[in-house]
Design a protein around this ligand. Structure first.
Ligand code: FPP
Ligand code: MG
Length: 333
């Protein structure tokens, strides 16, 4: 099973089931992206390298399992797996476009598509992936799922547009930061959880609790992502770091620091921000405790998110959802 979780701590039959299910999701993706044109296939093969943590498909499957009434082995259907493939395609499309916006050179330890082939190809491949996502989704002939995911992709784009609007805006407030993060990252993660439950036929309030779980998890995920961008090790994280500062994105530690700083401290921090002095700004934010404070905030969100799982029946799927939530903020990549 991919990335985030420590194998030793996972219920063995569940790990084997998820492994098998994720393999099948991979095959659905492969079939969906198979083109008559070898040039297109080569680009899609490169994007395969971006598939790392598989957090989103995993959440669809786990929420499907955690809310199913049938026994574990028969609880997951082809519909769960297709939804899992669709959300992974949406996610991959956003990564390809995001790397263009951020001028990122490396992702998942390999060169980004914009780095290898330029922005035009990367933009078009992102379009191809999003188009395939909705094409695959339509094969389910379930308009409610298309509608839910269409709303999510609208929201993702709004989040990115809001972020661009606040580029270099050091007066951006915490509420706006959270609105951006909720939109660009948490909206898809929340919907993965809700859709897993919906496909299992769970009552709507259960799906809504899981949606809240995913939203909290998603916001915490992005806070940790922003912290890694500032303090992480590029060899471990496997992607270009420092992009937030280079692109003028103001993230939680700086917002917290500026909120508490006196005039002199503020002047120095803003000077380093405008000079894009990554190391100096990072030192200020680490030494002041602002980085630690942001991490504590993410931890609080994860605890609140886990509380949303209380109504699910106890079992390995619920335990794994809790473990995933913890892993989102302890991860170093
Ligand atoms: C990661 O931000 C970015 C996202 C989670 C969303 C990106 C969304 C778009 C670019 C809109 C495109 C929409 C569609 C429907 C194709 P980040 O730069 O903080 O994360 P990173 O560190 O992984 O680069
Ligand atoms: Mg980025």
């Amino acid at each position: 099973m991919p990335g985030l979780l420590n194998f030793a701590t996972i219920d063995v039959p569940l790990a084997a089931l998820l492994d098998e299910q994720l393999d099948e999701v991979g095959l659905i993706l492969e079939r969906q992206l198979a083109s008559d044109h070898s040039a297109v296939n080569a680009l899609c093969r490169h994007i395969e390298e971006y598939r790392g943590k598989q957090l989103r498909p995993l959440l669809v499957l786990l929420c499907g399992l955690a809310t199913a009434r049938s026994p574990r082995e028969s609880a997951l259907t082809e519909k769960h797996r297709v939804v899992a493939a669709v959300v992974e395609l949406i996610h991959l499309a956003t990564l390809v476009h995001d790397d263009v916006l951020d001028e990122a050179r490396i992702r998942r330890q390999v060169p980004t598509l914009n780095n290898l082939r330029g922005n035009e190809t990367a933009v078009m491949l992102g379009d191809y992936l999003i188009s395939n996502a909705f094409h695959l989704c339509s094969t389910l002939v379930d308009p409610a799922i298309n509608l839910a995911l269409g709303e999510v992709t609208n929201t993702l784009c709004e989040g990115e547009l809001l972020q661009l609007h606040h580029r270099d805006d050091h007066d951006v407030d915490e509420q706006t930061y959270f609105e951006i993060v909720r939109s660009k990252t948490a909206s898809l993660i929340g919907e993965c959880c809700r859709l897993g439950a919906r496909v299992s036929g769970a009552p709507e309030p259960v799906g809504d609790s899981l949606h809240r779980f995913g939203i909290g998890l998603g916001i915490a995920f992005q806070i940790q992502d922003d912290l890694l961008d500032m303090t992480g090790d590029e060899a471990v994280v496997g992607k270009s770091l420092g992009r937030d500062l280079d692109c003028g994105k103001v993230t939680l530690p700086l917002i917290r620091y500026l909120g508490a700083a006196d005039q002199a401290e503020r002047r120095i921090a803003l000077r380093e921000f405008s000079r894009r002095s990554a190391a100096r700004l990072r030192d200020i934010l680490v030494q002041s405790g602002a980085v630690e404070q942001a991490h504590r905030h993410a931890t609080g969100l994860v605890e609140e998110a886990k509380a949303q799982l209380r109504e699910l029946h106890r079992g390995p799927a619920r335990d794994l959802l809790e473990a995933l939530a913890d892993a989102v903020i302890s991860r170093e990549f």
